[in-house]
Design a protein around this ligand. Structure first.
Ligand SMILES: Cc1cc2nc3c(=O)[nH]c(=O)nc-3n(C[C@H](O)[C@H](O)[C@H](O)COP(=O)(O)O)c2cc1C
Ligand SMILES: O=C(O)C(=O)c1ccccc1
Length: 386
């Protein structure tokens, strides 16, 4: 059985023919390369976060105060990193977090499809954002046999929300992820200093522009008056949700419903009481609020509060070891954010595949060396807070 760690052999063997990996295998060099290559406005939007970006940095750094203790003399000649999620059997415990501006990360504007192709090749699911250049239907068609999830930004107009969810269901997505932490945009100095907000320039709004309920709100179609359509989008984008909306959210779909942005154990419990199928712990990579705790430090309490309900996790995952630690702390699946966006910007589908394979190779080899043949043994061993 091939292992994810085999990517290492592939790289060393290529080296014998003087072939080097097209992109760095580690986040630090990858980000440096992306920084040099990406247009300034796209880089600012992708790389930036809120305030002085303390929370964003802390998300990544906080993994360092969790430590694994290796176990020896365990037969780890085969490893199994597969998971079960909402009845789906997946070969890896990772997924691609929703990112709303994938289109502008590639010169042809079709970054969403490049990412879908990477998912199709790796069988790693993507959570497709409401904000995309390519239509959600087209993204779904390009996923091959790999399951996908649709991320909903709940608009003020309930009919539009319902329409987007029904479109996602018809397109074949396997679950609906509702993001709770972004009904408005947090204070992002990098973008503010450059007066840079891609959506207001008409990027990533195609799911709205094609929706009959959105179009019905416009005097003229987006093809005839783009700026009026964009302003209508800005008006309608974010509904302020509260707990009384949960029955309505639940009623939107029979698909698994996952709420993203949960950080407090009491909120997790309330979601579960309201019939939610998955808790998605995330602080949006520090893009929405500065001054918060690192996401990984909130994981143990949220996992405990969630009981048997699966907890998805993202924010700050940069290395294979971060994935392993989040799994050891009880995450069912771990979301990759900025790293795959840099891979996309640098080398399209191949770049995304390379980033995912590198992360999985490191995770797999770490489990092999540390004596964890399965995720169950890892979870049982846990990690120690240093
Ligand atoms: C450029 C960018 C756009 C994003 N767009 C969305 C989005 O459309 N919907 C959403 O729920 N989260 C969005 N996120 C948040 C990610 O889903 C994820 O929570 C975050 O990237 C995790 O942090 P990390 O990238 O630092 O690991 C976005 C993140 C980035 C970097
Ligand atoms: O940039 C983001 O993180 C994001 O998800 C978003 C989407 C729409 C409006 C503001 C922020």
């Amino acid at each position: 059985m091939p292992h994810f760690g085999d990517y290492q052999n592939e790289i060393y063997l290529d080296g014998l023919r003087d072939v080097l990996p097209r992109l760095p295998v580690d986040f630090k060099l990858l980000e440096q390369k992306a920084q040099a290559a990406m247009p300034a406005s796209v880089l600012s939007y992708v790389q930036g976060g809120c305030g002085d970006e303390f929370t964003q940095r802390h998300n990544a750094e906080a993994f360092n105060h969790w430590g694994l203790i290796p176990r020896m003399m365990v037969d780890c000649s085969t490893r199994d990193l597969s998971i079960e999620l909402f009845g789906l059997k997946l070969p890896t415990p990772i997924f691609l977090s929703p990112v709303g501006v994938l289109g502008i990360c590639t010169s042809d504007g079709h970054g969403d499809l490049d990412v879908a192709h990477a998912c199709s090749r790796t069988r790693i699911p993507m959570v497709a954002s409401t904000l995309s250049n390519d239509l959600l239907e087209t993204i779904a068609q390009n996923l091959g046999d790999t399951p996908g999830f649709f991320q909903l930004y709940t608009p003020k107009d309930k009919k539009l929300a319902e329409s987007l969810v029904h479109r996602a269901e018809s397109a074949g997505f396997k679950g609906i992820v509702v993001t709770l932490d972004t009904w408005l945009t947090g204070w992002r100095p990098r973008d503010l200093n450059a007066a840079n907000f891609p959506q207001l320039r008409g990027h990533a709004l195609q799911n709205y522009f094609t929706d009959p309920y959105f179009r019905a709100l416009l005097a003229k179609p987006p093809e005839d008056d783009l700026s009026a359509a964009v302003m209508q989008w800005a008006q309608i984008f974010g509904k302020v949700l509260n707990w009384t909306d949960l029955p309505w959210l639940r009623s939107l779909t029979k698909l698994p419903l996952i709420l993203k942005g949960i950080c407090h154990p009491d909120d997790a419990k309330r979601c579960i009481d309201g019939g939610v199928d998955g808790i998605y712990l995330s602080n949006h990579g520090g893009r929405q609020a500065n001054g918060g705790m690192a996401a990984i430090d909130m994981l143990p309490a949220v996992v405990e509060a969630s009981g048997r309900t699966p907890v998805l996790f993202d924010s700050g995952v940069r290395h294979g070891s971060d994935i392993v630690k989040a799994l050891a702390l009880g995450a069912r699946a771990v979301g990759i954010g900025r790293p795959y966006v840099y891979g996309l910007a640098l080398d399209g589908t191949d770049g995304v595949v390379h980033v995912l394979r590198s992360l999985l190779a490191e995770a797999d080899l770490l489990m092999a060396v540390d004596g964890f043949p399965t995720l169950a043994t890892l979870r049982e061993a846990g990690v120690i807070r240093l």
